[in-house]
Design a protein around this ligand. Structure first.
Ligand code: ZN
Length: 140
């Protein structure tokens, strides 16, 4: 295995075992559930908006290692960012996961470039980005 692949695997395993921003947001938080019937991944994404800024984001639910790690990394990346910015990142992530097109702005999410070679896993990686995009498109 290439050293980079090994590093990417370790990042995915770490995030799937101890996901960041796992939990609930109550009160006025927006929420939306995403489901991937191919694998059974099911997550609800919660967003607390401050104007056009995502002030806080959390998620809960169950999924495979790839979908859990992807959601965890996504929440780290988008927290504190503007909605318009996040919608662009979601599009870039889709390009990455479906075509292996890398983009420096994606930061740690670049670890999912390899899923483009595994069509059955693409939806695992993109599920929560897609859910977040649908959620934010409602308010933008
Ligand atoms: Zn999955």
């Amino acid at each position: 295995m290439e050293p980079l692949d090994q590093l990417y695997r370790e990042i995915i395993i770490d995030h799937s075992r101890q996901p960041h921003n796992y939990g609930l947001l109550s009160g006025s938080a927006l929420q939306l559930e995403g489901f991937n019937p191919l694998c059974g991944d099911r997550f609800t994404v919660y967003v607390d908006l401050d104007g056009v800024i995502v002030r806080d984001i959390k998620f809960n639910g169950q999924g495979c290692a790839i979908s859990t790690a992807s959601t965890s990394i996504m929440t780290d990346i988008v927290k504190g960012r503007e909605v318009a910015d996040i919608l662009q990142l979601a599009e870039r992530f889709k390009q990455l996961a479906t075509g292996g097109v890398s983009d420096a702005s994606l930061g740690k999410a670049a670890v999912f470039a390899g899923v483009a070679e595994f069509p059955m896993r693409v939806k695992c990686a993109t599920l929560s980005w897609h859910t977040l995009r649908r959620l934010l498109e409602r308010v933008s």
